[in-house]
Design a protein around this ligand. Structure first.
Ligand SMILES: [Zn+2]
Length: 286
């Protein structure tokens, strides 16, 4: 029935549209009482009460909004347990749980497309972690770890971004793996080569630094922070020159207090709510 009705409606509309051109628009004198059916403005007309057909041309006013992509990378996994706590807690257990919990939080907000580099206890190669971030066009890459040191009293969270000394290594990866970088060439005139990587790195570095600072300000008060909590290192997962990235050390498994806290979901939730807020702030301020 509906189908028949639709066809009738369509036929009727076509007839009405076609016959409209033949109806002359009367010239009106002031005070003339003209039947309303004869007063028509030019343009497409529809039956009264009919639902207009969608425009045939794409409406450029409607932009497809791409959600920012957040890649969460739980450190270690599978045959690589990471550091082992004083009470025997595996780093990979903490990082897997924290990554899942953060992904759930971010998915619930609906603001982001969330990708997790591994969701179970499997081993994922460092190259693959970077590949996942780049092919997913990550707007932000957050690698989650838990620290360990010989100094049993050391505790607290810290955030790492890429060290200057590791930038040459980053260039080698780009060249060896033939990565294509999305860089605005109009801002430079030198021969294409390492300069592309430099440009991408410069932008990415300032984005990573900005996020690291926001993250630390959000973690303050929610968990202990190590002194000099924004650190730099050459960690492999931070090497993509076009993906803003940080490595978050949640605390020290070599410290009994931190180990106990990191095993509790409520403590992780406190830290992760800070991470979520910092992502929101970073995306808002971008
Ligand atoms: Zn680790």
């Amino acid at each position: 029935m509906n189908r028949v009705f639709s066809i009738c409606l369509l036929t009727g509309l076509m007839t009405a549209t076609a016959s409209y051109a033949a109806v002359p628009v009367p010239s009106l004198k002031p005070g003339t009482d003209v039947p309303q059916s004869n007063v028509r403005a030019p343009g497409v007309r529809y039956f009264e009460g009919a639902v207009p057909f969608p425009a045939l041309k794409p409406n450029h006013d409607v932009k497809v909004v791409r959600k920012p992509v957040i890649v969460i990378d739980p450190g270690h996994g599978g045959r690589d347990p990471g550091s082992i706590g004083v009470k025997g807690t595996y780093e990979k257990t903490i990082t897997t749980a924290a990554a899942k919990e953060l992904a759930t939080k971010l998915n619930k907000s609906g603001r982001y497309t969330v990708i997790v580099t591994r969701s179970d206890d499997s081993y994922v190669d460092h190259d693959d972690r970077l590949r996942i971030a780049r092919t997913g066009q990550a707007d932000l890459f957050i690698s989650i770890h838990a620290d360990s040191t010989g100094n049993k009293s050391a505790r607290g969270a810290s955030v790492y971004t890429l060290a200057d000394r590791a930038k040459g290594r980053s260039k080698r990866i780009v060249n060896n793996q033939n990565w294509i970088l999305d860089v605005d060439l109009s801002v430079q005139t030198d021969p294409v080569g390492d300069i592309l990587v430099d440009l991408a790195q410069r932008k990415t570095e300032s984005q990573s630094d900005a996020f690291a600072e926001i993250l630390l300000s959000e973690l303050k008060g929610k968990t202990e922070l190590v002194g000099n909590s924004h650190r730099r290192a050459g960690y492999y997962v931070l090497l993509a020159p076009d993906v803003p990235a940080v490595l978050l050390e949640l605390g020290f498994l070599s410290n009994a207090k931190d180990e106990k806290l990191l095993k509790t979901k409520s403590h992780r939730a406190k830290i992760l709510s800070g991470v979520e807020r910092s992502i929101d702030r970073y995306m808002d301020e971008r």
